[in-house]
Write a protein that binds this ligand. Structure first.
Ligand code: FAD
Length: 382
């Protein structure tokens, strides 16, 4: 498909080309096996680190590779085109764990953790969700109580991507329960810290190449220096400023949708029924045209939000619109891809069924579609 990439710089086009080669050689060949085994290929982390991909969009002063949010969006789309699950594991590391640390961590914490994280030597995770707290962050029950120059954390977390493979987690805990949302703080917790353990690995419908677990904190003592950002304000600050995750979600969804679309374009040209390729039937042609249209619209919304972020312009609404549109479009596109592949797409060996299982999560994570609509409406003054 001709891409609406006239606005990309030569360096960004080169980045896109190099990433496509990397994904074709290093990620796509692993996608089916890692999905079947529910296994994240951790050896990808140092490989990506050595190429500077894990530090993309982060300042060189912190050990990052420099580059822009738009560069990062290009990275996410290409990774997801290879494997939604592998892309998810990398996204949680970069867009949630490293981004929170970079934006709000103390110089000591940043120095201690970011260079290793960008090199792929240390894997990060984001521990927010709990059994009773998903969309409603104010319901978080994990407690961190100040005790001298430390905080003592008690509680549990669930649905935490990278938990079984992580070296450190950015943990959201309540430091002032009566204040609900305004009493949440962020902490860096090293995964070998006494009082912390990964309790169970969780099996899931899609994005199975990412690994997920539940966490338990029992009198887990972390130094005050591990506080990321403001006590009682760290989470709200992160919520207000960390748009990277929503932009990344939009790019992931675009990448998965593109895989499904490209496979469909080839399939409908070859599959013959009633003496002609099914792609010559108007019903199918219209459907494939709509797929292409939605992918380009999703990418443009995503890149607009990224470009606004790069220019220091307000972009919260743009990020929500991109995330909402791209993730819902991805689900529609993948559903059509499966439909046009017929039974062949439904078979376990077909990547189409994997895309079908992978796509739905993008609508749920990083604030579900309903939360994005709420945010957009709020920005519209409603
Ligand atoms: C594959 C995967 C990976 C994940 N990785 C992580 C991770 O690394 N770290 C982490 O912390 N969490 C992770 N999560 C959890 C994720 O953060 C939650 O799924 C998300 O916050 C939504 O919470 P929930 O699933 O409990 O759904 P709920 O909040 O229970 O929502 C259920 C439904 O109710 C709707 N709803 C809720 N509130 C409203 C409202 N106000 N108005 C309208 N509708 C509403 C939602 O849109 C949704 O459709 C992951 C989840 C998945 C599936």
């Amino acid at each position: 498909m001709a891409e609406p990439d006239f606005y990309l710089s030569d360096a960004q086009r080169e980045l896109q080309r190099a990433l496509r080669e990397f994904v074709a050689n290093e990620i796509a060949p692993l996608a089916t096996r890692c999905d079947a085994d529910e296994h994240f290929p951790v050896e990808l982390f140092p490989k990506m680190g050595a190429l500077g991909y894990l530090g993309l969009g982060f300042p060189e002063a912190s050990g990052g590779s420099g580059g822009s949010c738009l560069d990062y969006a290009i990275l996410c789309e290409e990774l997801a085109r290879g494997s939604g699950g592998i892309a998810l594991g990398i996204y949680v590391h970069m867009a949630l764990a490293c981004a929170a640390l970079e934006s709000f961590g103390s110089p000591d914490l940043r120095r201690a953790w970011l260079p290793g994280a960008f090199a792929g030597e240390r894997i990060g995770g984001w521990a927010f969700a709990e059994a009773g707290a998903g969309s409603d962050a104010g319901a978080i029950a994990t407690r961190a109580v100040a005790d001298g120059d430390a905080f003592v954390i008690n509680g549990s977390k669930t649905f935490i991507t990278n938990a079984p493979i992580a070296d450190f987690l950015v943990v959201v805990a309540s430091t002032a329960p009566e204040k609900r949302l305004k009493g949440l703080s962020l902490f860096l917790v090293e995964c070998d810290r006494p009082g912390f353990r990964v309790e169970a690995s969780l099996s899931k419908l899609g994005v199975r190449a990412s690994e997920m677990g539940t966490l338990a904190f029992e009198d887990c003592r972390v130094p005050r220096g591990n506080l990321i950002g403001r006590e009682n304000g760290g989470f709200l600050d992160a919520l207000a400023t960390l748009t990277l995750g929503r932009i990344a979600s939009a790019a992931f969804a675009t990448g998965v949708a593109r895989s499904a679309y490209e496979a469909t374009l080839g399939y409908v040209a070859e599959r013959v029924q009633f003496g002609q390729p099914i792609g010559s039937f108007q019903a199918v042609r219209f459907g494939v045209a709509d797929m292409a249209l939605q992918i380009e619209a999703a990418r443009l919304l995503c890149h607009r939000a990224a470009a606004a972020a790069d220019r220091g312009l307000p972009h919260g609404r743009e990020a929500s619109m991109a995330k909402l549109y791209a993730t819902e479009a991805c689900t529609r596109i993948v559903e059509r891809a499966l439909h046009y592949h017929g039974a062949a797409g439904y078979m376990s060996e077909s990547p189409i069924q994997r895309y079908y299982r992978d796509c739905k999560v993008f609508e749920l994570g990083e604030g579900s579609s309903e939360l994005q609509r709420n945010m957009i409406a709020r920005e519209l003054g409603l």
